[in-house]
Design a protein. Structure first.
Length: 69
């Protein structure tokens, strides 16, 4: 996001150390200003799609991780 001029803040990354004590999903969040939301959302959608494609790639053992959405 920052590479395209969108200021972003990551929160909750410190909670990953509590894995097992807390639910594994929804701990880490990326926050952007409201006016940056539409562009940031489009970037996030493209990143999610690329990651899903990579998970399904045969060289990575096929679809090894479900999409949490």
């Amino acid at each position: 996001l920052e590479s395209v001029g969108i200021r972003a803040f990551v929160s909750g990354h410190y909670l990953t150390g509590a894995a097992g004590e807390l639910p594994p999903l929804g701990l880490v969040n990326v926050m952007v200003a409201g006016h940056d939301w539409p562009q940031a959302r489009e970037i996030a959608i493209r990143v999610d799609a690329a990651l899903a494609e990579r998970r399904a790639a045969p060289e990575f053992g096929g679809e090894w991780a479900p999409d949490p959405a």
